[in-house]
Design a protein. Structure first.
Length: 99
């Protein structure tokens, strides 16, 4: 799976870039028993007609969704989600050492 988080509105070129990412994942990273990669583009705003035409000729499965920022973490999630520091440490542990 590939996620692409965009700060602004959806642009048609985002679909082309995601298609590229999925082609690389499928060609270079996918194991023999793995299903084809799926792409998710998260953006602050999207126009459904623009998204429809941007994805119309793509053969890889790509979804586009909007996100909304919240000024505060809802009470039911407090203490249940990792902190920014915990996420950074987990990412560092998962990545190969830098050369």
């Amino acid at each position: 799976m590939a996620f692409d988080l965009k700060i602004g509105s959806f642009e048609p070129e985002h679909a082309g870039k995601m298609d590229f990412y999925l082609n690389v994942l499928n060609e270079k990273e996918r194991g023999p028993d793995d299903q084809p990669a799926i792409g998710i583009i998260l953006c602050a705003e999207k126009d459904d007609v623009e998204v429809e035409f941007a994805l119309k000729t793509k053969t890889n499965p790509i979804g586009v969704a909007e996100y909304q920022l919240q000024p505060r973490l809802p009470a039911e999630f407090r203490g249940r989600l990792p902190t920014a520091k915990q996420l950074a440490n987990a990412l560092r542990a998962a990545l190969p050492p830098r050369r």
